[in-house]
Design a protein. Structure first.
Length: 647
């Protein structure tokens, strides 16, 4: 995979300029088009940035807390955690008036160093810009490593894997995923090019934020020792080994001398060794949190790898080395990740953040796939480009940087298909299923839930709490009736422990259907259960907004000849909402809403006590965020205050 000397000379000017230009263009896009938003643990990294920049210390002091508070109060970054809340989160990590946070400081230290370096030229960077510039610099470095070791195809592989993967979402997020991705990818590139000492150094740097990479950093060294024979180490290699050792031991040594533990999460919470080892497969295969179901390009590369397996096996030594590396990588990371106490974490467009750790392993496949496209005949080349275009479409729709982190409390497309049509074939871990299908995210009421119903309206996850049954969006259930039905079924079986799944029969599910009163009040004090609605947002004091292009309500209606809907619309600056309403497949009735209060009447056929579905189609729904009005990303269309069933 290494270009010859003449190729490297030809690359030395234009290629490295391109490698630097790509991340700079991404940086410009992020700064000009994307709103700075805190996600996940981002507040911790901003806080530690101030610790390094203003006190040159790796822990928080009153001075760095004051700078953090000023950032929060400036509203320069949305969704920041308040000073009071952040200072109270980790009481176990306090010594006097100093404090540590639950994540290591190397990522923040590098960003602070970049900021201080740029300030020498008289340029003052905001904290957010400093982190994004750090991302650009690190990515440029990885791109240049790929160029050096694999030429243009290496650079193309890096760009392909980044743009057509979930990593594009993390590009502008102050979180360690992009940092980890870049250094691990750099390590994989170096390993693939048989630069084992460089690979160890890059993986060691990644280990400063995620300690499990410390063990993986030794893998290239083992291969190097085995393959080196009698060749001596160069001065550069010895220096790299020394820095790798410092990086590997930085994380555990710091916390050991501060608190007597190797990792702060073992003291402050967040990890329990081996807690979820039996579900370690989820990081790769779970439809919601796993990598493969949420990265179409990975499937393409795996299929190509199988087809071209003889090409990879041609270099037997390389194939053995890389297979050994991958086995060690999985053997270390899967158990380490399974020690987390939060399987379904935020700060992600949908899949688990841990799943992104495995993206760099696909680099050799990506490079060879690009070479295959170049070699292929025109028909195969066009077909391959079409497949890549479909992967790009998926990325834009589900993983573009503008999307919020709310994806982690919504099911993925594949998960919804499975749990709606084939619910018996896979039972996810309870935490994943409940937070994705409960309809209330990971809010405190979910911990008190008695059970959660899936989208097939029959699959039930037992939670064991004293609260109601959540989920079942669009099933048309009454929460009270549903709980009584589930309690009855659970009492007749052994499936009543938290984490158990049971399946209602059609007759049992029918017993829980909601019967509409003549007047439905959609306000937060009203009488409309969440389970009878689909495509509507949470209730507000006045009613509910639709938040999708389609919405519906299911229930058994009282005897009536028509329904009357008291509605409004999201119509800023004269924006029209074309709304069509149909009931159980009957011809739809069209309305044009231009704001203000309106009354919409739709005829209702006699149903003799059978469940009906009132469907709304709102093709002109739009988010306030897309119009520049607010950070609200909901696709607002029709706002419903009440529905009356007319005699």
């Amino acid at each position: 995979m290494t270009p010859n000397k003449q190729q490297r000379e030809n690359l030395s000017f234009k290629a490295y300029a391109v490698a630097a230009l790509i991340p700079l263009l991404a940086l410009a896009f992020a700064l000009l088009k994307l709103t700075p938003t805190r996600v996940g643990d981002g507040s911790e990294y901003y806080a530690m940035y101030f610790a390094f920049k203003y006190t040159l210390r790796p822990f928080m002091t009153p001075v760095s807390w004051a700078h953090y508070d000023a950032l929060v109060n400036s509203d320069a970054i949305s969704s920041m955690v308040s000073l009071k809340r952040l200072t109270s989160q980790f009481p176990a990590l306090r010594i006097g008036d100093t404090a540590d946070l639950n994540h290591f400081w190397m990522y923040s230290a590098i960003a602070a160093g970049v900021s201080m370096l740029v300030s020498v030229a008289g340029i003052a960077l905001s904290p957010h810009t400093a982190f994004l510039l750090t991302h650009a610099v690190i990515f440029a470095g990885v791109s240049m490593i790929a160029l050096r070791l694999a030429g243009w195809k290496g650079l193309a592989g890096v760009v392909l894997m980044t743009v057509l993967s979930p990593m594009i979402w993390f590009m502008d997020k102050v979180h360690t995923e992009f940092f980890t991705y870049c250094f691990v990818l750099g390590g994989v590139i170096a390993f693939s090019g048989s630069q084992f000492i460089a690979a160890a150094l890059l993986l060691a740097i990644a280990s400063t934020q995620n300690i499990s990479f410390a063990a993986i950093a030794f893998t290239p060294l083992l291969v190097d020792i085995y393959r080196r024979k009698q060749r001596s180490y160069s001065m550069f290699e010895l220096i790299a080994l020394a820095f790798a050792a410092l990086a590997v031991f930085a994380h555990p040594t710091y916390y050991f001398f501060r608190y007597g533990v190797a990792d702060p999460q073992l003291l402050a919470g967040g990890a329990k060794v081996g807690a979820n080892l039996k579900v370690a497969y989820i990081w790769l295969f779970d439809p919601d949190v796993g990598l493969l179901p949420n990265w179409p390009l990975a499937i393409v590369l795996v299929v190509y790898g199988f087809i071209a397996r003889k090409r990879f096996a041609a270099d037997k030594q390389w194939a053995q080395n890389y297979a050994f590396f991958c086995v060690c990588y999985l053997a270390v990371n899967l158990p380490a990740q399974s020690s987390t106490e939060n399987l379904n974490s935020g700060a992600t467009p949908g899949l688990a953040r841990y799943a992104t750790w495995y993206i760099p392993l696909f680099y050799p496949l990506a490079v060879e796939f690009i070479c295959a496209i170049k070699r292929a005949k025109r028909t195969w080349r066009m077909g391959s480009l079409l497949i890549l275009a479909l992967c790009l479409f998926f990325t834009i729709k589900y993983e573009r940087p503008e999307l919020s982190e709310a994806g982690y409390v919504s099911p993925s497309p594949l998960s919804r298909v499975i749990q709606t049509h084939l619910p018996h074939i896979y039972n996810p871990p309870g935490e994943v299923f409940s937070e994705r299908y409960g309809g209330i995210g990971e809010t405190p009421p979910l911990l008190q839930a008695y059970a959660v119903v899936g989208p097939d309206c029959k699959k039930v996850l037992m939670m064991g709490g004293p609260g109601p049954v959540y989920g079942g969006s669009g099933c048309g259930f009454s929460q009270d009736k549903l709980k009584r039905v589930v309690e009855s079924v659970a009492s007749q079986t052994s499936l009543f422990h938290p984490g158990d799944y049971l399946h209602l029969s059609a007759a049992q599910a029918a017993q829980a259907v909601f019967e509409c009163p003549r007047h439905l009040d959609f306000s937060d004090l009203g009488n409309v259960p969440d389970g009878v609605l689909s495509g509507f947002s949470s209730a507000e004091p006045w009613g509910r907004w639709s938040d999708d292009l389609k919405a519906s309500l299911k229930c058994i209606p009282p005897k009536a000849s028509a329904i009357r809907i008291q509605a409004t619309s999201f119509s800023p600056n004269g924006h029209r909402q074309n709304v069509s309403i149909s009931i159980d497949g009957a011809p739809s009735k069209a309305f044009v809403l231009e704001g203000g209060q309106q009354v919409l009447d739709v005829d209702l056929l006699e149903k003799d006590g059978k469940q009906i579905t009132i469907k709304f189609r709102i093709p002109d729904a739009v988010s306030p965020h897309s119009l520049g009005f607010s950070e609200d990303n909901r696709n607002l269309g029709i706002g419903v205050r009440a529905i009356d069933f007319l005699p």
